[in-house]
Design a protein. Structure first.
Length: 141
């Protein structure tokens, strides 16, 4: 059995913050193509504690629905100890990111991401200001 190879790529993007959701699928596919891995796993990880990576049907209605759901579950204007202790305003962003999580793994078969027809890999930035984000993509084959 030969050792696995790991190929890494970095996606850099600007977000608007405030629940901005950005489609990463083509960026992940680009790293996969460069790796030339036919069978393995694509692992996607966002650096930072106020952003998350997940999958969804990336279309305006789905994006708006996810944003509205997270606002109902973890309201931006609620009282949070993080904000009080740190004289901050983004506790909701940390909590939303913790619920969704910073990473995602997608199987790779025949050099393709195994995603459903309406499934995209997305970054959600919950911070209360625009941000420069870095997403690490590692292809293990």
């Amino acid at each position: 059995m030969s050792p696995s190879a790991v190929h890494s790529g970095l996606l850099r993007l600007s977000t608007r913050g405030h629940g901005d959701i950005v489609d990463l699928t083509e960026g992940v596919r680009s790293v996969l193509r460069t790796s030339q891995v036919a069978l393995g796993v694509a692992h996607v990880f966002v650096t930072g504690s106020t952003a998350a990576v997940t999958t969804m049907e990336y279309e305006p209605g789905g994006v708006a629905d996810l944003q509205a759901l997270l606002e109902r579950l973890i309201p931006a204007k609620a009282e949070y100890l993080h904000n009080a202790r740190n004289h901050d305003t983004n506790a909701h962003a940390h909590l939303r990111a913790a619920v969704l999580g910073p990473s995602l793994s997608v199987p790779v078969v025949d050099g393709r991401l195994i995603l459903g027809t309406w499934q995209q890999v997305v970054l959600a930035d919950f911070d209360d200001r625009p941000r420069e984000r870095q997403v690490t993509v590692q292809i293990v084959g």
